[in-house]
Design a protein around this ligand. Sequence first.
Ligand SMILES: [Zn+2]
Ligand SMILES: [Zn+2]
Length: 170
Amino acid sequence: MAVCNSKYPVGSPQEHIQMCENHGLPIDLVCEDCHIFICSTCAKTDHSGHNWVTQGVAASQRRKGLLKFLRDIKEVQLPKVDERIIKKKAENERTCESQMKNVEKHFNEIIAKLTDIRDRKEEVLKSNLRKKNEHLAIEKSRMDKEKKQLIEMVKYTWRRTVEPYLIRTS
Ligand SMILES: [Zn+2]
Ligand SMILES: [Zn+2]
């Protein structure tokens, strides 16, 4: 096993070229399978058959990977988020519209009930007025009749009791 590798995990800053403790060679390769820095002899022995590349290539690959990741965020993930936000906004608007329709429906139902109550009360009041007017008409006709009878009686009494005297004295 190459003990030199564990000291230099991939990603740590390498300001000076480090030497392999096992082989005395510069550690200028990266084993992509083991994620560690190795020398060219490590690559031919312990990491033979592994996928290893030079540090320059590894850095370039990581830069490309990072750019691809950023491009994916910009071109795929962010538009997806925007799309979700637009969809959610439309959904919220639809929900609000439907709730407003329900409120409107409920309001109209209440108004219809109140209108019905008002109409029935009005009908009752009008009917009462009609009845009262009918009673009054009957009363008036009775009073008219009585008035007529009274006048007739006064005329009769006048003719029978006063008129004869008037004729004699004239
Ligand atoms: Zn080595
Ligand atoms: Zn390896």
